[in-house]
Design a protein around this ligand. Structure first.
Ligand code: DNO
Length: 343
């Protein structure tokens, strides 16, 4: 495995030199943030980002995310042009040494939470989700960090309407169409696509969500068997689905998991949870069991500590502070080393 760390480009308050100081850090996971969704990422922007990372002694082999335009998800007539642009971005990324691209296929919204700073007994803060509370909110008035916020209010409302009679099957068909359209570019650039699960893994505000469980994984692998089609195994996203057995999934799909986001959850209700530090005993997910299953089944991808808490007075980007993700990386390094040596 290669341990990595998410870095939000030059706007990120965490310097690359600090990331480099985390033991065993091979590289950062980042993105070109100033190209509108749907346009081609220019080679000079990619090279510039790569040079920044490499000068700090870090690789840039994983991109999170190249966002997918809503017209592709909706299957609108403009999609072929947008898919051709996406394919060109993949070729440009491959030429710069990128090996893995994380993306998601969630309609309109990315990850959802109700609170970004839930305070724990020890004073640390983390993200939390309470289903009843979120479902009662107006989706047209939601803002969360890390989202594409480029829609105007009018665009957002017409997008939500456009999905109103949209079925899961149609969305899945459009995902397959998209993947088939970009696979030739992935083959020639040798770039591995890693779809991020829906977070949380259920429909929200009447918008369909389709990457939620083992069945979605099976359906997608069957529809697009190409090895360049694989997964970002996000334990926090899939783990919110109480029926998902993450240890079993880690074992079953290890070879098609190209990127693992490892994060811990503590449940307070059927669909209510607070994020926690990465340790197995800090929450309800068996982080040790997941790592063990991945390693034993031959996982050989990228890993990043996901979210965690804000601690030691740090007022970092919610879910993306330095300190607790560094502690998470240290813990995960230990787990991987132990399990790999046992193998
Ligand atoms: C949240 C992240 C997601 C993820 C995208 C991938 O913290 O895991 O925003 O980056 O869904 O496309």
């Amino acid at each position: 495995m290669k341990m990595t760390f998410r870095w939000y480009g030059e706007q990120d308050s965490i310097p690359l030199s600090y990331i480099k100081q985390i033991p065993n850090m091979s590289g950062v996971v980042t993105a070109v943030y100033d190209t509108p969704v749907g346009e081609v990422w220019a080679p000079d922007k990619i090279e510039r980002l790569k040079d920044l990372c490499n000068s700090a002694g870090l690789e840039m082999e994983v991109i999170e995310s190249v966002p997918v335009h809503e017209d592709i998800k909706l299957g609108r007539p403009t999609r072929d042009k947008l898919i051709a642009n996406y394919a060109q971005t993949i070729r440009n990324l491959g030429a710069a040494g990128v090996k893995c691209v994380c993306y998601n296929f969630m309609p309109v919204f990315d990850w959802l939470r109700t609170d970004l700073k839930t305070v724990a007994a020890d004073g640390s803060t983390s993200l939390s989700y309470r289903h009843g509370e979120l479902a009662a909110r107006d989706p047209e008035n939601l803002h969360l960090p890390g989202w594409d916020e480029s829609y105007t209010a009018g665009e957002l409302s017409s997008l939500i309407k456009a999905y109103s009679s949209f079925t899961h099957a149609k969305l899945f068909e459009n995902l397959v169409y998209f993947l088939n359209g970009i696979m030739p570019a992935c083959n020639s650039a040798d770039v591995y696509m890693a779809i991020h699960p829906d977070d949380p893994p259920w429909d929200m505000f009447g918008l369909p969500r389709i990457i939620t469980c083992a069945k979605s994984y099976d359906d997608l692998l069957r529809a697009v068997p190409n090895k360049h089609n694989g997964f970002t195994f996000c334990t926090g996203s899939l783990g919110a689905g109480r029926d998902n057995d993450l240890v079993e999934m880690a074992h079953k799909y290890a070879k098609r998991i190209y990127f693992a986001h490892i994060r811990q959850l503590k449940f307070s209700g059927e669909r209510d949870f607070t994020e926690a530090g990465h340790l197995t005993k800090a929450g309800d997910l068996d982080i040790y069991g997941i790592v063990k299953a991945l390693v034993k089944a031959g996982f050989n991808g990228y890993v990043r500590p996901d979210h965690g808490r804000n601690i030691w007075g740090e007022d970092g980007k919610p879910g993306y502070g330095l300190y607790d993700r560094a502690l998470g990386a240290a813990y995960l390094n230990g787990l991987f080393e132990a399990v790999e040596k046992e193998k």
